[in-house]
Design a protein around this ligand. Structure first.
Ligand code: NAD
Ligand code: ISE
Length: 334
C-alpha cells in the first residue's frame, strides 16, 4: 500500500519533508498540499506531482489523503491536529504540538475519546543516531544513575520575528523533549538566568539564555540557548552519571588539515545537522501509518514539552523557579 500524505504548510520544513517523502521514503507519496500562500503551495505541488488543496480543512477531509503532515506555524497546529483526529487520520505534527497547554489537553482528550493514538509529534532528535546511542548507554547503566545533564542549543542567527519566548517554545523545546526521553523522567521546575546579551542580536531579544530544569527524580539540567552564536548550528548534550558520562558526538565529518590548521567543519542549520534524523523519523512514521500502529513521540510528549516551555516563559518573566505539574499520564500513553 502506498500511503498518500497531505502536507499543510509548504515553508522551510514543509518543503524539506515533501522532498524527503518524494525522494527517500519508499511506500509513501505526497498527494496534496495546502498553504495560505497559494504560490508557495503551487510551487511545492509541482515539485512532487501533488494537487493543491483549498485549505488545511479540505486536505484533511479529502479521500486522496490517508495521513496528514502539519508543518504550518505553531499557533495553527492544534486546529489541524484536532481536525485530523476527528477524521480518524494519522497525523505527524511538527513541534510544538500546540502553543498552549489547554490545546494540548484538547488533543489528548480527542485521542482518548477515539481510544487510539493517531498523533506523532516532530521531535526528530529521538531518531538521531547520536541521541539514540546516548539513550542506550543511559538505559543499560553504562554511566550509572544519571545526576546531571549539560546541553547547548546554538543557532548561527535568528530572524527579526524570533522572540525571547521562542528560545523556550521553539528552540529549547527540543532539549526539553530529549531530556524527558533520555532520562525517562518528567521535568518539575524551570528557571531562566540571563547573562548580558550578544551585540549580534535584534534589540528585543534576550540572547543567550541559560535555562535550568529539575526532574521528578532530582536530575538537574542546564541548557544554553544561543541563537545568534554566529559560527554555526551546534547542539551539545552531556549526561553525567555516578560511573561516568556520555556526550553527544559531533556529526561525522572529514578531518581537514590545511592552511596551518587541523579541524572539521561545523553544520550551519538544522536541516544539515539532523538530516539523518529527519530521514529516520519520516520512514518510521510512514511505516507506522501503513501498519496502522502509532509510534514515536506522542501527544502526551507534546503536551509535557509545551507545559515545561510555558513554565520556562513564565520563569523568563519572573526570574523565579516555576513549578511544572504535568499530572498523571493517561493509560493510552503508557
Ligand atoms: P515557515 O514560515 O517557513 O513555513 C510555514 C508555512 O506555513 C508558511 O508557508 C505559511 O504560509 C504556512 N501556513 C501558516 N499557517 C497556515 C495554515 N493555517 N494553513 C496552511 N498554511 C499555513 O516556517 P517553518 O520554519 O517551516 O516552521 C514550520 C513549523 O515547523 C513550526 O512549527 C516550526 O517550529 C517547525 N520547525 C521544526 C524544525 C525542527 O527542527 N524539527 C525546524 C524548523 C521548523
Ligand atoms: C526551529 O524552529 C527548530 O526547530 C530548530 O531545530 C531550532 O534549532 C531553532 O532554534 C528553531 O527556531
Amino acid at each position: 500500500m502506498t500511503v498518500r500524505i497531505g502536507v499543510i504548510g509548504t515553508g522551510a520544513i514543509g518543503r524539506e519533508h515533501i522532498e524527503r517523502v518524494t525522494r527517500t521514503v519508499s511506500g509513501a507519496r505526497i498527494s496534496a498540499v495546502a498553504d495560505l500562500d497559494t504560490a508557495a503551495a503551487e510551487k511545492a505541488a509541482a515539485r512532487c506531482g501533488a494537487r493543491v488543496a483549498a485549505s488545511g480543512a479540505e486536505l484533511i477531509g479529502a479521500d486522496d489523503v490517508d495521513a496528514v503532515l502539519v508543518a504550518s506555524w505553531g499557533p495553527t497546529h492544534a486546529e489541524h491536529v484536532l481536525a485530523a483526529v476527528a477524521a480518524a487520520k494519522p497525523v505527524l505534527c511538527e513541534k510544538p504540538l500546540a502553543t498552549t497547554v489547554a490545546d494540548c489537553r484538547r488533543i489528548m482528550a480527542a485521542e482518548q475519546r477515539l481510544g487510539r493514538r493517531l498523533v506523532q509529534v516532530g521531535f526528530m532528535r529521538r531518531y538521531d543516531p547520536g541521541y539514540r546511542e546516548v539513550k542506550r548507554a543511559v538505559e543499560d547503566g553504562r554511566i550509572g544513575r544519571p545526576l546531571l545533564m549539560h546541553c547547548a542549543h546554538r543557532n548561527r542567527s535568528a530572524p527579526l520575528a524570533y522572540t525571547t519566548e521562542m528560545a523556550a517554545q521553539d528552540s529549547a523545546v527540543h532539549e526539553i523533549d530529549a531530556a524527558r526521553w533520555l532520562l525517562a523522567d518528567e521535568i518539575v521546575s524551570a528557571q531562566v538566568v540571563l547573562p548580558r546579551s550578544t551585540s549580534r542580536r535584534h534589540p528585543h531579544l534576550a540572547d543567550p539564555q541559560v535555562m535550568l530544569f529539575e526532574t521528578a527524580g532530582g536530575v538537574r539540567i542546564d541548557v544554553e540557548v544561543f541563537v545568534n552564536c554566529q559560527y554555526g548550528y551546534d547542539v551539545q548534550c552531556e549526561t553525567v552519571g555516578e560511573l561516568g558520562l556520555i556526550r553527544l558526538p559531533d556529526p561525522a565529518r572529514p578531518h581537514l588539515r590545511a592552511a596551518a590548521r587541523a579541524g572539521t567543519e561545523i553544520d550551519q542549520g538544522w536541516g544539515e545537522r539532523f538530516s539523518a534524523a529527519f530521514d529516520a523519523e519520516l520512514r518510521a512514521w510512514c511505516d507506522s501509518v501503513a501498519a496502522g500502529t502509532a509510534s514515536g513521540p506522542s501527544a502526551w510528549d507534546g503536551y509535557a514539552a509545551t507545559a515545561v516551555a510555558a513554565a520556562t516563559v513564565e520563569a523568563q518573566r519572573t526570574g523565579g523557579v516555576v513549578p511544572v505539574a504535568v499530572g498523571e499520564r493517561p493509560a493510552l500513553y503508557a
